[in-house]
Design a protein around this ligand. Sequence first.
Ligand code: SAM
Length: 205
Amino acid sequence: MVQYQLVSRGIRDERVIWAMSEVPRHLFVPELYRHAAYEDCPLPIGEGQTISQPYMVAIMTQCLELKGGEQVLEIGAGSGYQAAIVSKLASRVYTIERHAALATKAKGVLKQMGYDNITVITGDGSLGLPEKSPFHGIIVTACAPHVPRCLADQLEIGGRLVIPIGNPYHQVLHQMVKREKGIEDRNVLECAFVPLIGEEGWKEE
Ligand code: SAM
C-alpha cells in the first residue's frame, strides 16, 4: 500500500510515510471488508459512511505539515483511522463524529490499540471545538459547501486547515494557511467525500 499507492503518487513527507506504515488499517475496517483493507479505495464503515482511501488519508495528513508538538482537530472521526495516523505525528488530537455509533466504535478501537493522545467526541464538528482552540491543524474529512467560519476562527496564526469544499458533483481539497492578514488558499486536488452535515455544513434532508 505505502509503496504503490502513496510513494509512487508523490507522498514525500517521510513522517507521513512512516505513520502510514505503522498503523494497521485492517483493525479500523469492519470484518466483512478486512480482506480489502489495504486496497486503493474507501470502504464502508456503517451508518452510510466510509473510511477514506489510503492515498487521501496520506495527502491530507501531509497537507497539515506537522512537526510533532501540535494540537490537531479532526472533523469526521468515522472509523478513527485518520485520527490514529495524525496522532503519530502530533501531540494531541481531538476528533468529532456526528454518528454516536461510529464515535463509540472508534473510541473502543483506539483505546484497545493504546492511543492515549486522541479524544473522540460525539457532536456537530462543523462548529469546531472552541473550548480547546486554537489548533495548529484542522482536518475535515467530509465535504463542506464553504469554509465553516468557526473552523477558520479556531485556527492559530500559521496553522493549517485541510478541507474538501464543493458539492456532490465537484469537490476540491483545499489547504489553507491562516496568516495575520487573512487566509492563503491552495487547491490540492479533486476529490469525492461524504457531506459535512451540520450547522455550518449541509443541512440534513
Ligand atoms: N476520517 C474517517 C476515518 O478515518 O475513518 C473517515 C471519515 S468519513 C469519510 C466522514 C465522516 O464525517 C463520517 O463518519 C460522517 O458521519 C462525519 N461527519 C459528517 N458531518 C459531520 C459533522 N458535522 N460533525 C462530525 N462528523 C461529521
